[in-house]
Design a protein around this ligand. Structure first.
Ligand SMILES: [Zn+2]
Length: 518
């Protein structure tokens, strides 16, 4: 945001920027900008020697740092500690940032979106793999102990085969370790976040931070956009992306767009998987709930997925519409939203003029900026959002790890009793559901929403119920399939092998659908 005048109010919508290494040599220019800043902050009794706004515009168009000490970053772990507490409660946290030579990720986001949502997604992005590895390691240790009979267990009669001596230790250890690592892991990646890397109360530091925004964007390896439908409405977000495209020849490659809609799907999938998996381990196999829990769980996940995907595709359609009619005059700016009044009622200068002037220097005229936004920017966004299947396979698999952990308990029970053929059958059954059928059902639901989201609302309702029904039928068909295989094939292991072979067919179709979307 452009430097505010006399009193020092916190910025309403600070924006992130990147710095370039060579900016240390531009001290003359930096001095001129500081003079211009002081002129802007003066009472106006003495006119500045040159037009300070023009000096600012010229400076920002250079995409440089005011001073190397303003190339700042915070570790992702620090920014996200306690579910991004510093960010959520808007406490002064400039002291968490530090001078750095390299910024890994520049976070671009709209302040209109809930910090909870952004923090949830960022925790999955930065801590998901660490949580996966730590929990997997822990669960494997528990598996070994369980196989050796060193964990408490109870007897349970399965619907096929001899009784089991089983305990829910993998099912419980996995989510516990995963949750701990997910919450407490501190990623060392250096990121730029406006709230932390720009001082919110010291006006001098705030102005320096804002003037070094371009330099910080130019220095970041990648830009991570926390995308929702308000993002494209914000002038500062557009400016950040324009700066990134301007300063990076390979910008598209290093642009990461994370739609914030997906984290509820991951959370729902994970905990439904946990409930169903634990139910299968703890409940007697002939308990009615153990048969329907999987189908009910799948139905719940389908509901969540379908709703999120619908929102996602509708917002993409809205994005295309907005980009087609894109006008700089429609882009919103916090200063204009607040009628150019600071938190204490003081006047605040408008950012709009400076930002548009800077972009005019890069692209020509306002019409050309709009044209660039609706072509280059839109192409980048379309390639990242529309050109890809929204839910990657690895994400679907990672979200349902509790299903795998429950299978590990069953495997341990078979291994403990030295029922090796049954143990091998558990592995095949796990691969059929965990790797093939459950991701396939999620893929089919996503595709169905994609094909039908633009139809009339009455037809949408029909399609939605059809997709729910189809998901339930697929799940029930899978469960019946296991039993049919065992009915016709006497050997337990062979029955599971045939079922695994059958499950490859929907998995293949789902893979084709995902790769066709890419
Ligand atoms: Zn304004």
């Amino acid at each position: 945001m452009v430097p505010a005048p006399d009193p020092p109010p916190p910025v309403a919508e600070p924006a992130p920027r990147r710095a370039s290494i060579h900016s240390a040599n531009s001290s003359d220019s930096a001095d001129a900008v500081v003079v211009a800043l002081e002129s802007l902050g003066s009472s106006g009794a003495e006119p500045p020697p040159n037009d300070p706004t023009e000096t600012l515009v010229q400076w920002m168009a250079k995409i440089e740092l005011l001073n190397p000490e303003h190339r700042r970053a915070v570790t992702a772990g620090c920014a996200l500690q306690w579910f991004a507490r510093p960010w959520r409660i808007r406490e002064q946290c400039y002291h968490y940032s530090f001078q750095t030579r390299q910024i890994h990720d520049f976070w671009s986001h709209s302040w209109r979106t809930s910090v909870w949502q952004k923090a949830g997604l960022l925790l999955i992005w930065y801590n998901g793999v660490a949580a996966f590895l730590i929990s997997t390691l822990g669960v494997f240790l528990v598996l070994v102990l369980a196989c050796l009979g060193l964990t408490p267990a109870y007897s349970k009669q399965p619907w096929l085969g001899p009784p089991l001596t089983i305990g829910p230790w993998c099912s419980l250890t996995g989510p516990l370790l995963y949750s701990l690592a997910f919450t407490l892991w501190r990623s060392r990646r250096r990121v730029w976040l406006d709230w932390i890397c720009i001082h919110q109360t010291d006006m001098k530091l705030q102005e320096c931070g804002l003037l070094s925004l371009g330099g910080n964007i130019g220095n970041a390896k990648s830009m991570l956009i926390l995308w929702d439908e308000t993002w494209i409405e914000r002038l500062w977000c557009i400016f950040e992306l324009a700066t990134f495209l301007r300063s990076h020849p390979d910008a598209t490659k290093n642009l990461i767009i994370l739609p914030i809609f997906f984290w509820p799907f991951c959370v729902a999938n994970f905990w439904v998987g946990f409930a169903v998996g634990l139910g299968n381990v703890v409940l007697p196999f002939n308990h009615p709930l153990s048969f329907v829990s999987g189908t009910l769980g799948m139905l719940l996940v389908v509901f969540v997925l379908e709703k999120l995907m619908h929102e996602f595709y509708c917002s993409l359609a809205l994005l295309e519409e907005r980009l087609r009619k894109f006008s700089l005059n429609d882009a919103k700016c916090a200063c204009c939203d607040n009628d150019h009044k600071g938190p204490y009622g003081q006047e605040v200068r408008c950012d709009r003029h400076v930002l548009i002037q800077v972009m005019c220097l890069w692209f020509g005229s306002e019409a050309e900026i709009e044209s660039h936004i609706s072509t280059i920017v839109a192409d980048a966004l379309r390639e990242k959002l529309l050109g890809k299947f929204p839910l990657p396979y690895w994400m679907m698999v990672m979200c349902q790890m509790p299903v795998l952990w429950a299978y590990m308990d069953i495997f341990a029970a078979r291994a403990r009793d030295e029922q090796w053929e049954e143990a091998a059958a558990v592995v095949l059954d796990c691969c059929s559901w965990f790797l093939n059928l459950i991701p396939a059902i999620s893929t089919f639901v996503t595709c169905l929403v994609r094909w039908t989201h633009s139809t009339a609302s009455c037809r949408q309702t029909l399609f939605r119920w059809m997709s729910r029904l189809a998901a339930i039928l697929m799940h029930v068909a899978g469960q019946l399939g296991v039993r049919v295989c065992h009915h016709y094939i006497e050997n337990y292991l062979h029955g599971k092998a045939v079922f695994f072979g059958i499950s490859l067919l929907p998995a293949f179709v789902a893979w084709r659908l995902r790769s066709k979307s890419a």
